[in-house]
Design a protein. Structure first.
Length: 295
């Protein structure tokens, strides 16, 4: 199995899991606010990933980590597992969801730009076309073909969502350079950082709250898979392929989110969704076939 194929497989698993974010966020915030939901989800991720690392015998690697590595991984955790989701959940709570989703999925574009400067990856016509098709597909799905509906009225909140998207892109690009043998340990540190940061922000900006019985399952699903093991697959994808190669595949996420919303919340299925999905698929094919031909 080639590295490109592995990277594609891992990123598609991430796509399937990340597409559940609107569902678990909607179900998991019935009574909790964004600070509380993020804290409980991060805590679940920390516990599950740490226990898995212990069972695998990977935790022994912690003894070889320098203070510089600890601080670096904690910093990455703040970028990709705390700031990104804190601003994203704030956006869903305070702004129009469609506008938030459009801005949220600027992070693959940020990845493309950052990978040129930080990772010294090459910008090709195929990558540019793939990114453009992916973004057009997302816009078609989220606006239902009516682009004038995206007015970005709440600029403060929308700007924070954009800042969070940039943070996740920076987190992804910087995580590509991590060469540690046991990624589960590194990701556990990510979520340790997120848990401590979300605890502080919850106590300062909100209050401690116990999830209701209806919120427990979404929190577990979010903590274990959507925001938990998905990071393991994302790190493995970044280790297997170029960040700019992986970025266009992530545009499938909001399209799949629309399908999940149709299935779980009986939202109408529109023909424009199929057009958007076609753009995303063509963009992914342009990107992947170009890479395969080069290889």
């Amino acid at each position: 199995m080639s590295n490109k194929f592995k990277g594609t497989l891992f990123v598609l698993i991430c796509v399937a899991l990340w597409a559940l974010i609107p569902v678990v966020a909607k179900l998991g915030q019935a009574s909790l606010d964004n600070h509380q939901f993020l804290f409980w989800s991060s805590l679940v991720s920390l516990i599950v990933l740490s226990i898995t690392a212990v069972i695998k015998g990977d935790m022994s690697e912690l003894g070889s980590y320098s203070l510089k590595e600890w601080l670096y991984y904690a910093f990455l955790g703040l970028l990709g597992t705390y700031i990104y989701y804190l601003f994203l959940y704030l956006g869903y709570a305070k702004a129009v969801g469609m506008e938030v989703l459009v801005i949220q999925y600027t992070w693959p574009i940020f990845i493309l730009v950052l990978s040129l400067f930080i990772l010294k990856e090459q910008l090709t016509i195929r990558k540019t076309i793939a990114i453009a098709l992916g973004f057009v597909g997302v816009m078609l799905v989220l606006t239902k073909g009516e682009f004038e509906n995206v007015q970005l009225n709440n600029l403060t909140v929308i700007s924070l969502v954009a800042a969070g998207s940039f943070c996740f892109a920076l987190f992804s690009v910087l995580s590509k350079n991590i060469k540690r043998r046991a990624p589960l340990v590194v990701i556990s540190i990510y979520f340790l950082s997120a848990t401590l940061a979300s605890l502080i922000s919850m106590l300062y900006f909100s209050e401690f709250a116990i999830p209701s019985s209806a919120e427990i399952m979404p929190i577990l699903l979010n903590g274990i898979f959507v925001n938990g093991f998905s990071y393991l697959f994302w790190l493995m994808a970044l280790r297997s392929a170029e960040a700019s190669y992986l970025a266009p595949f992530t545009f499938i996420t909001p399209v799949l989110s629309a399908i999940y919303l149709i299935v779980f919340f009986d939202e109408p299925m529109l023909g424009i969704y199929l057009v958007g999905l076609a753009c995303v698929i063509v963009g992914g094919l342009v990107n992947s076939l170009g890479a395969s031909k080069k290889a």
